[in-house]
Design a protein around this ligand. Structure first.
Ligand SMILES: NC(=O)c1ccc[n+]([C@@H]2O[C@H](COP(=O)([O-])OP(=O)(O)OC[C@H]3O[C@@H](n4cnc5c(N)ncnc54)[C@H](OP(=O)(O)O)[C@@H]3O)[C@@H](O)[C@H]2O)c1
Length: 288
């Protein structure tokens, strides 16, 4: 017998664009109570338009995941409104490109502050709203970049590897309390992460950098790769909805063929062979 639909209380971070916006619109259109959060409310029109298109509503709140005071305010509001939270989707994030020596310490710390410590700030406040009911789901937007590493993305890779380890460990810790933790690991989808929101290392475009020739070549190649992306980002919203509706969802959830292939090769091949393949591809990119 099919269980009757029960609307969930859901909080999503980073809903001003991309996956966050689509997840908020999709889940709200299915009748869930969605707290769609974003750090800059001046950007809410994009989400409002998408909600309108789908005949849905969501509560839009300001939330910068790196601002602990702001995080506390948002959770005390949810505590007052409902007293519980069913689902947390840690989606907010960005990627900085650049070779290690072209990156400043500050840039690397900021990357970790958002993609890793930001997730922890929000998760720390969410768990007490889940534990008393012995139910809840925490879905973290990692990346296939959290399961392998590539040159020129060490800061982003590190933030997502840290998120992978945190999620896996937390999954064990929260299981006794009836809370599921899972991760979505997409390959590349064309969202603002590669356009308006893309960041580059301070010395990425510095002709004095020993990496200058390589970064300029990779920039050109990467732009072409992004222009050729035709996957639909809604796939991530569909997957998030599926995880919410699944009892005992798996830890790792890889939506697309590109990411599935990389993950499969990473697991199947000895590390030195996998490393050699990545290095050959990298060298070819620099030459062509
Ligand atoms: N697109 C991909 O190919 C891809 C692949 C794998 C994983 N991911 C992951 O998916 C997640 C969403 O990315 P996206 O592709 O949808 O990119 P996006 O369109 O650039 O969206 C990123 C969202 O995160 C928000 N954000 C950044 N820093 C924040 C902060 N400190 N506090 C709150 N919100 C913040 C952005 O807000 P602003 O508008 O204010 O900057 C924006 O709403 C990220 O975690 C990303 O790493 C993306």
């Amino acid at each position: 017998m099919k269980t009757p639909f029960s609307p969930k209380v859901i909080l999503i971070t980073g809903c001003s664009s991309g996956f966050g916006l689509l997840m908020a619109a999709r889940l709200a259109s299915k009748g869930h109570k969605v707290y769609a959060t974003m750090r800059d409310l001046n950007k809410k029109e994009f989400l409002l338009n998408e909600l309108k298109k789908r005949g849905a509503t969501a509560e839009i709140l300001k939330l910068d995941v790196t601002d602990k005071k702001n995080v506390t305010e948002v959770f005390s509001k949810i505590g007052n409104d409902y007293g519980y939270l069913d689902v947390l989707i840690n989606n907010a994030g960005y990627g900085i490109g650049g070779f290690f020596e072209d990156l400043t310490d500050e840039e690397i710390r900021q990357q970790l502050d958002t993609n890793f410590f930001g997730v922890q700030n929000v998760t720390r406040q969410a768990i007490p709203l889940m534990r008393p009911r012995k139910a809840g789901k925490i879905i973290n937007l990692s990346s296939i970049a959290g399961l392998y590493a590539s040159p020129c993305f060490s800061a982003y890779n590190s933030s997502k590897w840290a998120l992978e380890a945190f999620s896996e460990s937390l999954r064990y810790e929260l299981k006794p309390f009836g809370i599921d933790v899972c991760v979505i690991e997409p390959g590349s989808y064309r969202t603002k992460i590669f356009d308006e929101n893309a960041r580059q290392a301070k010395n990425f475009n510095n002709p004095q950098s020993p990496y200058y020739a390589m970064s300029q070549k990779l920039k050109e190649k990467f732009r072409k790769h992004v222009n050729d992306l035709h996957k639909n980002p809604e796939e991530i919203a569909i997957l998030a909805e599926k995880l919410i509706n699944t009892k005992n969802p798996p830890l790792r959830n890889i939506p697309d063929l590109e990411a599935k292939t990389l993950y499969f090769l990473r697991r199947l091949l000895p590390t030195n062979i996998f490393n050699a393949i990545v290095y050959i591809i990298f060298s070819k990119e620099l030459q062509s």
